[in-house]
Design a protein around this ligand. Structure first.
Ligand SMILES: *[C@@H]1O[C@H](CO)[C@@H](O)[C@H](O)[C@H]1NC(C)=O
Ligand SMILES: *[C@@H]1O[C@H](CO)[C@@H](O)[C@H](O)[C@H]1NC(C)=O
Ligand SMILES: *[C@@H]1O[C@H](CO)[C@@H](O)[C@H](O)[C@H]1NC(C)=O
Ligand SMILES: *[C@@H]1O[C@H](CO)[C@@H](O)[C@H](O)[C@H]1NC(C)=O
Ligand SMILES: *[C@@H]1O[C@H](CO)[C@@H](O)[C@H](O)[C@H]1NC(C)=O
Ligand SMILES: *[C@@H]1O[C@H](CO)[C@@H](O)[C@H](O)[C@H]1NC(C)=O
Length: 473
């Protein structure tokens, strides 16, 4: 005979078993996930350690289930710096997760395979398979997944063209295919993606003209097309994005023509990158109205004077290097910025005495590049105030100062003062740098120990000691 307390105990057990059974995930989902796990050859940090046969897959890490205990979400995030990565191949058995609505396989680094398993997941809405090693083509029928709201394959090794069927994904708000090896052109069908707010195709091998279809993409906030092989002009319909576009990145292409006047109407623009193209002519006067711009990169083009006066409240990073500018001085809208951390004005025709340049704030500076100008004087005062500088480049100027008096802060990694008139001895503190070029100056004396080769010190007055010939005693 069971006592009443034993009976009570047993019924709780039975109850737990029953609820346990009820909460158990669908057999197809369990099989699909275990199939995924069996495709993983190495999981050094145990990301999938809780994925065990016979336990409720809804409790496995990274797995989420809907009300009927079907798996609706799979979220696995790696942290490569902590050795949290996965090696292996994405198993096509994931296509058994028929109710999957959201899949995030991000920063797993060594996960290969193709995206084809997605095609049999009709309810999929959100796909972020980023920074892995997916290869092959984006399936031509991906346009069948009409519930998709966000699609990202950024940071993989996908090849071939972007399928035009993507134009059928009219719910898409985010489309990120950057950092792959995609070829061909941007499909014209993209004009149907009226809900897009974020389009990134950067770092591929896409070519041809940028289609003139932006009148239809009037919700875009971020447009990243940099590092491709696009040719032609900036299409005029980009003008319609003026009210809300915040990031416009077209750098590192083969774009030509003038920078259009209408860009000055982009009142909310935060970042404009037109670098490393073949833009010619002047920068439009209308840029005076870009009062909210934080990051402006026009470097490596064929732009000419005059550069307009800007009324930006605070620029954070600016690169006007390697055009045909003759700025003469460093413009006051740069000098007065309270938040600037990166200033690159190489070969901008600046003719100042560096001691006379008194930036309002030096606190945030990481990078200063003034190479290839006609700057005289000394950076001693400037570098005395930049506590977090990482790179200082001023090669090919007329700087004349005693190098021993230059403060080399601990954060400094890269110092290039080649082709100036720097004199004095080379200080010991250079041993903390990662890159150094002091060639073609007037330095003298014994070199302190460092990892740098002879061409970091070549062409000076009387430097000696390793890596240069020994000093005469
Ligand atoms: C990546 O995976 C391959 C096999 O899939 C393996 O040989 C290689 O060692 C892995 N790399 C890392 C960094 O784990
Ligand atoms: C995709 O859609 C096409 C028609 O657009 C249809 O013929 C095809 O069967 C669909 N493929 C799948 C896998 O659903
Ligand atoms: C700046 O915008 C105002 C108002 O839209 C306009 O009147 C002015 O001409 C613009 N300035 C420049 C330099 O384009
Ligand atoms: C560097 O700054 C310190 C105070 O922070 C000051 O005492 C010193 O005179 C400065 N040196 C030069 C060369 O500007
Ligand atoms: C320093 O600048 C010179 C001239 O601009 C350039 O050739 C060289 O590559 C630079 N060196 C380093 C270490 O940055
Ligand atoms: C230093 O700059 C000179 C040009 O000024 C260049 O020829 C040399 O290769 C550079 N050395 C290093 C180590 O970058």
């Amino acid at each position: 005979m069971l006592s009443s307390s034993q009976f009570f105990f047993l019924s709780i057990l039975t109850l737990q078993c029953l609820t346990g059974l009820a909460a158990k995930c669908h057999v197809d989902d369990e099989a699909g996930l275990l199939g995924f796990k069996s495709g993983i050859t190495s999981d050094p940090s145990g990301l999938l350690a809780s994925w065990k046969t016979g336990t409720d897959c809804c409790t496995w890490s990274g797995v989420s289930c809907g009300e009927d205990n079907r798996v609706t979400g799979l979220q696995i995030y790696g942290q490569p710096e902590k050795k949290q990565i996965l090696s292996g191949t994405i198993s096509s058995s994931l296509s058994k997760l028929k109710r999957l609505a959201s899949i995030n396989l991000v920063n797993l680094i060594n996960l290969s395979g193709t995206p084809n398993f997605l095609l049999t997941l009709p309810e999929i809405q959100i796909v972020y398979i980023e920074n892995n090693k997916l290869s092959g083509r984006i399936p031509a029928t991906i346009g069948n997944l009409t519930q998709l709201f966000a699609l990202s394959f950024s940071g993989n090794r996908l090849t071939g063209p972007i399928p035009s069927s993507i134009g059928q994904l009219t719910q898409l708000s985010q489309l990120k295919l950057g950092n792959n090896m995609l070829t061909g052109t941007i499909p014209k069908t993209f004009s149907k993606l009226k809900s897009l707010t974020f389009l990134s195709l950067k770092k591929n091998q896409l070519a041809g003209l940028i289609p003139n279809f932006f009148t239809s993409l009037s919700n875009l906030i971020i447009l990243e097309l940099s590092n491709n092989k696009f040719t032609g002009k900036i299409p005029s319909s980009i003008a319609t994005l003026a009210p809300q576009l915040r990031y416009l990145e077209l750098g590192h292409n083969y774009l030509t023509g003038q920078i259009p006047d209408f860009l000055g109407k982009f009142r909310t623009l935060d970042t404009l990158d037109l670098s490393s193209n073949k833009f010619s002519g002047t920068v439009p006067k209308s840029f005076a109205n870009l009062t909210k711009i934080f990051n402006l990169d026009l470097s490596h083009n064929l732009l000419v004077d005059p550069f307009p006066q800007l009324f930006v409240k605070g620029i954070e990073s600016l690169d006007l290097s390697y055009n045909n500018f003759h700025l003469g001085t460093i413009p006051s809208w740069i000098t007065s910025s309270p938040i600037i951390y990166s200033l690159k004005l190489a070969k901008c025709g600046i003719k100042i005495k560096l001691d006379d340049w008194k930036p309002k704030t030096t606190y945030f500076y990481d990078y200063i590049d003034l190479s290839g100008n006609e700057i005289s004087g000394s950076p001693i005062g400037l570098l005395n105030k930049t506590d977090f500088l990482v790179g200082f480049y001023a090669s090919g100027n007329k700087l004349k100062f005693d190098l021993e008096k230059l403060r080399i802060v601990q954060t400094l990694k890269d110092l290039n003062l080649s082709r100036n008139m720097v004199y004095g001895k080379v200080p010991k503190a250079i041993s903390g740098l990662e890159k150094l070029n002091l060639s073609s100056n007037h330095l003298c004396g014994q070199l302190p120990p460092s990892k740098f080769g002879a061409n970091s010190f070549a062409g000076n007055a009387c430097l000696c000691g390793s890596p240069l010939p020994p000093c005469k005693s």
